[in-house]
Design a protein around this ligand. Structure first.
Ligand SMILES: Cc1cc2nc3c(=O)[nH]c(=O)nc-3n(C[C@H](O)[C@H](O)[C@H](O)COP(=O)(O)O)c2cc1C
Length: 212
């Protein structure tokens, strides 16, 4: 069977960010699985303006070149692991902005979550699950929550994420779900619904969602 192409989306971009540590750790876990190959998708590589398109990405590919490149990258994936902080009890604004810039490219693909912060970013992840429903992602139940004690020990350099057995166990459960749903949905998805490329006409028929 073809391997699932899983995008690890880094949800923060600020200098000195923590996100690289849990992202590197979950990438190691994912890469051990025979059914998966991974790609890190760093929002720093997609510096999109605040959403200012004339049309929802549900009906037309973004006019902004960087946003179109982002949507095209999302279209290549069979599923996602979002690695996110909690900013003021929600997801970071840069992540929400990126999510608003794609639509069909997310449809009918599984979404798994790794969060870190006061309550393991549980509040942010719950909001991300709701957003996922509107994007027609399939948000998964099992997630990884790196809570404050572990976050501080890792941030201070006293521990690595992988030193916590219960986090490794959470990762394994989450990845089992991701593979099950990823394979089920890859078999059911219509490949003709992939995003248009970033050249040529951007208008999509609002009924068929196809160009023209
Ligand atoms: C604007 C802002 C808001 C924050 N709000 C929360 C919060 O609501 N809950 C929480 O647990 N941590 C919160 N934090 C602390 C973050 O969990 C911590 O700074 C974390 O390292 C942010 O992720 P990053 O380093 O990848 O940017 C906040 C941090 C920032 C910068």
């Amino acid at each position: 069977m073809t391997k699932l192409h899983i995008g690890i989306i880094l949800g923060t971009t600020r200098e000195g960010r923590f996100v690289d540590r849990p992202a590197g750790w979950i990438n190691e876990h994912l890469s051990k699985h025979d059914a998966i190959h991974t790609e890190v998708i760093d929002l720093r590589d997609y510096p999109m303006p605040f959403f200012e398109e004339t049309t929802s990405p549900a009906y037309a590919r973004p006019g902004s070149d960087v946003a179109c490149r982002w949507a095209a990258k999302i279209a290549e994936m069979d599923g996602f692991v979002f690695v996110t902080a909690e900013y003021n009890r929600s997801i970071p604004g840069v992540l929400k902005n990126a999510l608003d810039y794609a639509y069909r490219e997310f449809n009918k693909k599984p979404a798994a979550f790794v969060g870190y912060g006061g309550v393991g970013a549980a509040r942010a992840i719950e909001q991300l699950r709701l957003i996922s429903v509107e994007l027609q992602l399939v948000p998964l139940r099992n997630a990884v929550h790196i809570a404050m004690d572990q976050y501080l020990a890792i941030a201070n350099g006293e521990k690595q994420v992988g030193d916590f057995d219960f986090l490794n166990a959470s990762a394994v459960s989450m990845i089992e779900d991701l593979v099950w749903w990823g394979q089920a949905l890859a078999g059911a998805r219509n490949p003709s619904r992939l995003a248009a490329d970033c050249s040529g006409s951007r208008a999509l028929n609002p009924i068929t969602h196809q160009p023209g």
